[in-house]
Design a protein around this ligand. Sequence first.
Ligand SMILES: *Cc1c(COP(=O)(O)O)cnc(C)c1O
Length: 455
Amino acid sequence: MEDRSFSCHIAQALEAQQRFRASRPPFTPAASLAVEEERLSAVLRSLEERLTDNYPFFHPSYAGQMLKPPHPAATAAYLMAMQINPNNHARDGGPATAALELESVAAIARMFGFETHLGHLTSSGTIANLEALWVARSLHPERSIAFSSNAHYTHGRMCQVLGVKGIVLDSFDRFEEAVRTHDIGTVVVTLGTTSTGELEPLAALLPAARRLGVRVHIDAAYGGFFTLLSQGNAPSVEPSGFSLVRECDSVVVDPHKHALQPYGCGCVLFRDPAVGRFYKHDSPYTYFTTAELHLGEISLECSRAGAAAAALWATLQCFPLERHRGLGPVLQECRDAALSFSALLAGSALLAQYRPPELDIVTYLPRTAPFTATAVTAMTDDIFTTLMNDPADPVYLATLSVPSDAVRKYHPSFVPDAPTTRILRSVLMKPEHAPYVPELFRRVENEVRRRTEQM
Ligand SMILES: *Cc1c(COP(=O)(O)O)cnc(C)c1O
């Protein structure tokens, strides 16, 4: 969207608020709330200055962590609703945004193929996962919760919060044995791990989990929207896991990661609406005007931005959850960026691939001589810092620590002379990354070339 049209939409959001206010008799704003125009203007100028201390998340040269600005549609819609400041903790905190939330959540449930669901937005993926694990604990109070060593670090922490035993599985290979040994009541399967975008083997686990009465929770905070690319007869991401989410007990997806939203927008869905019974509370503060369970009755959190629901709803109107229009093509460009980066790695004498990308996250390392964990770690750190501090045209990557044995699995000539190796990682989560890949690759390769020529 051009800047000019964006300004028009921001103006539209502000005018909407003026029209809404004009519907009531005028009143005098409190003098105590007044701020001198000059003063606010100066404060905003200094805020602008302070905010320059950020990496350029909006630019394709930022190819580091999972960070990018929201879509202008989300920003304009958020601003429009935020001036009213509805609170989606209860229907009466903002009936309009509560309805927008239910519609948006239903669209996400349809994307996963859920025939029934109970769900809502949350302020983050962490809280959404906490909620799923909390329901899991309510159903299996004595049993443990298992997740892999690649699961998001907050699962272990949330098990502590809940007072549940969390079991870390190094692999899912001997899952049945682990279920018996540790009395596992729930397993967390990550579709799109945070570090590498790995899709954990849901298809292999689900039958055993069902047979053993183990609940299955899907953490698709990062990867969930890639479901769209797993559909149709020419899927561009592996469909075997995504097609089974509909049979699992709960799933988490973060619209603030891959659905163009500002932070403050996670989502949890349960397949069985009857889990709503666990949320029962008797707050004297919330208000009940409908017979149906309202948002405040099915959510662990209390206050939550109604504006987040408005932003998501508006975004989904512009970018429906479809494979060939709307969000699908946006994600496809990110996927294509990862695939072309991976193809360049395959033909490179200077850089090697760590894991083949399953989504849009690429992991790679310099082919140092000697090809050891220590040398790779040192050059990774050096390249990372040098590119970021390039005075003319900085490029931002991320680094990732991986077990050295895992590197050796892909590269038999690699010498694991330290337990872990630091490698490079790029989350190519902006569609603008697709055309930038050749330049990004060239810049990283050049750094390796300069250093290997000096060796
Ligand atoms: C990002 C992420 C989380 C945590 O979500 P937040 O929204 O950052 O709290 C959990 N699981 C996975 C797989 C993630 O990628």
